[in-house]
Ligand binder design. Structure first.
Ligand code: NDP
Ligand code: 8X3
Length: 252
């Protein structure tokens, strides 16, 4: 029987790349996100890679919708082997004392509460089956705050704490828990952060070769593929010319 991976936020960027790498690696794949057309296009693509695919369209901020989506799966598909908690976003780069409370709520509800919702729904089954792996997508932003990062950085620091806490709570089970912490990855992330301002978004990657979603997906797949006694607890993945959240060497 093939293993099953569930990737949240698979309609773009890192999540989409993870879905591809796991499909190529022999998994059946559950992809989630809010954009139905993209989920459908991805389903078709992943099927050409030999994977069986389920699409679940819901907003991770809506706990009831998440619960209903998972409940709609048949028993075989409910047996998720790997949960990749990837859905997330940054909004804005304002100073903390000038920031937008709606943006703060969206980041907190998605990056923290959405991840918790999915964990709460999927992990009890992993414990029951004595098999499973939770891979959270944290960030270098969770290691130290950078200018204007305030609330986003706080959500990713929370992802680190929640990943560590889950690992502690699961230490007496075979279920593994991993935090993958990327630096600059060129995806739709900056376009979303700057509310669709393409110029501002592309400036983020000026003068540096950023990571790609595929670079991160390879690390996620490596963690999932390690032998059962090996738990990759945390990995910080940076572009070569990025040294920390705020130290980036750019060339003209
Ligand atoms: P993208 O914007 O390209 O992808 C984000 C994904 O999250 C999309 O599939 C989107 O799907 C999904 N998503 C966002 N909000 C929701 C929601 N409320 N409900 C369901 N799905 C949601 O960005 P990335 O691929 O770069 O980001 C993926 C993760 O990686 C995030 O957690 C981000 O914080 C993290 N990260 C990104 C870095 C970067 O530099 N790009 C670096 C470090 C970490 P849809 O809109 O269809 O719902
Ligand atoms: C995304 C990377 O540096 O923009 O988490 O915060 S960064």
């Amino acid at each position: 029987m093939k293993k099953i991976v569930l990737v949240t936020g698979a309609t773009s960027g890192i999540g989409e790349a993870c879905a591809r790498v796991f499909a190529r690696g022999g998994y059946d794949v559950i992809v989630t996100g809010r954009r139905a057309e993209r989920l459908e296009a991805l389903r078709k693509e992943l099927e050409t890679l030999g994977a069986a695919v389920k699409t679940l369209q819901f907003d991770v901020r809506d706990a009831e919708a998440a619960k209903n989506a998972l409940a709609s799966l048949d028993d075989r598909w409910k047996q998720v082997d790997v949960l990749v908690n990837n859905a997330g976003l940054a909004l804005g780069l304002e100073k903390e004392y000038e920031g937008c409370p709606d943006d703060w709520n969206t980041m907190i509800d998605t990056n923290i509460k959405g991840l918790l919702t999915m964990t709460r729904l999927v992990v009890p089954g992993m414990v029951e089956r004595a098999r499973g792996h939770v891979i959270n997508i944290g960030s270098v932003a969770g290691d130290a705050a950078y200018a204007g990062g305030n609330v986003y950085c706080a959500t990713k620091a929370a992802v680190k704490a929640l990943t560590d806490g889950l690992r502690i709570d699961l230490a007496d089970t075979p279920v593994r828990v991993t935090n993958i912490k990327p630096g600059l990855v060129e995806t739709e992330f900056s376009r979303v952060r700057f509310h669709g301002d393409e110029d501002r978004a592309s400036n983020v990657y000026k003068g540096i070769k950023p990571l790609t979603g595929a670079d991160i997906a390879d690390v996620v797949f490596y963690a999932a593929s390690a032998p059962a006694h090996v738990q990759i607890a945390e990995v910080l993945v940076l572009a070569t010319h990025q040294a920390s959240g705020s130290v980036i060497s750019r060339r003209n």
